[in-house]
Write a protein that binds this ligand. Structure first.
Ligand code: PEP
Length: 246
C-alpha cells in the first residue's frame, strides 16, 4: 500500500481549486492512500469537496502552541474543525524561510498527536550538505533530535517524507538508488533513536507522472509527497495510477 500526498504549497484560488478537488475526488485509489495538504484558507473547501471520498486532506503547517495570544498562528484543534487527517511539519521551505527548528517540529508533532492528526514529518539534506558528504549526519540529526524530545511512542503513527532539498521544485528528482540508500539510512536512524524503523517513508522531490513508477518501485519507498505536480489534475492522476500498480 502506497501513499500519495499532494502539497499545494502557497498556491490555489477559491475559483480554481474546485476543478482540482473534483478531479481528486474522482481518483481510483484502491491500493493507495491519497491525500492533499492545502493552504489554511482552503481547508473548508477541501472538507466540503472531499468529505464523501476516500481522499484525505490536511494543512501544511500547525502552530507549536495551543490556543492563546499567538497572533497569526493556527493551532491543532482548529485543524480538527475542518476534518484534517494529515498535516505537514518541518517542510524544508519552512526550515529555510521561517527558521523552523527540530525542537519546534517536535512540538508540532506532539500537538498533532494530541488531536489524532497524522504528522507528515519532512526531513532532507541540502545540495551543499550532500556535496560535502554530510547527508547522513544531517538526517541523523533531524531524526534523533526530534525523537529525543518527543519519545519513540510519539512517532509511532507519523509518516516521514524524505525530501532532498536539491530535488524540491527543481525538476531534478533523486535517483532511485539515492532514494533507496536514504530511506534505508532513515530506518537505521529510527532504530538508533529507539523508534519503529518500519514507519512509512515517502519520497518527495520533483515526482511527476513520468518518474513516479520507478521511484515508487524502490524498496523501502512507501509513496510520494508531491508539490508542483499536485497542482495538475492529470499529472497527479498519473502519479496515483503509478502507485496503484505497485
Ligand atoms: C514538496 O513541496 O514537498 C515537493 C516535493 O515539491 P516538488 O514535488 O515540487 O518538488
Amino acid at each position: 500500500m502506497k501513499w500519495v500526498i499532494g502539497n499545494w504549497k502557497s498556491n490555489g484560488a477559491w475559483s480554481q481549486n474546485e476543478a482540482l478537488l473534483v478531479a481528486l475526488k474522482a481518483l481510483v485509489c484502491e491500493n493507495t492512500r491519497v491525500g492533499v495538504c492545502v493552504p489554511f484558507p482552503y481547508l473548508a473547501q477541501a472538507q466540503r469537496m472531499l468529505q464523501e471520498s476516500k481522499v484525505l486532506w490536511g494543512a501544511q503547517n500547525v502552530s507549536p502552541f495551543g490556543p492563546g495570544a499567538y497572533t497569526g498562528e493556527v493551532h491543532a484543534e482548529m485543524l480538527c474543525d475542518f476534518g484534517c487527517r494529515l498535516t505537514i511539519v518541518g517542510h524544508s521551505e519552512r526550515r529555510q524561510y521561517f527558521g523552523e527548528t527540530n525542537a519546534q517540529i517536535a512540538e508540532k508533532i506532539q500537538r498533532l498527536n494530541a488531536v489524532a492528526i497524522t504528522p507528515i514529518w519532512c526531513v532532507g539534506e541540502t545540495l551543499e550538505e550532500r556535496e560535502r558528504g554530510a547527508w547522513q549526519d544531517v538526517l541523523r540529526q533531524q531524526i534523533v533530535e526530534v525523537v529525543e524530545i518527543v519519545g519513540a511512542a510519539a512517532v509511532e503513527n507519523v509518516l516521514i517524507a524524505y525530501e532532498p532539498v536539491w530535488a524540491i521544485g527543481t525538476g531534478r528528482n533523486a535517483r532511485p538508488e539515492d532514494v533507496a540508500e536514504a530511506h534505508a539510512w532513515l530506518r537505521r536512524m529510527l532504530t538508533e533513536a529507539g523508534a519503529r524503523p518500519d514507519l512509512p517513508i515517502l519520497y518527495g522531490g520533483s515526482v511527476k507522472g513520468g518518474n513516479a513508477a520507478e521511484l515508487f518501485a524502490v524498496e523501502g519507498c512507501d509513496g510520494g509527497l508531491i508539490g508542483g505536480a499536485s497542482l495538475s489534475a492529470t499529472e497527479f492522476a498519473a502519479i496515483v495510477a503509478a502507485a496503484e500498480k505497485e
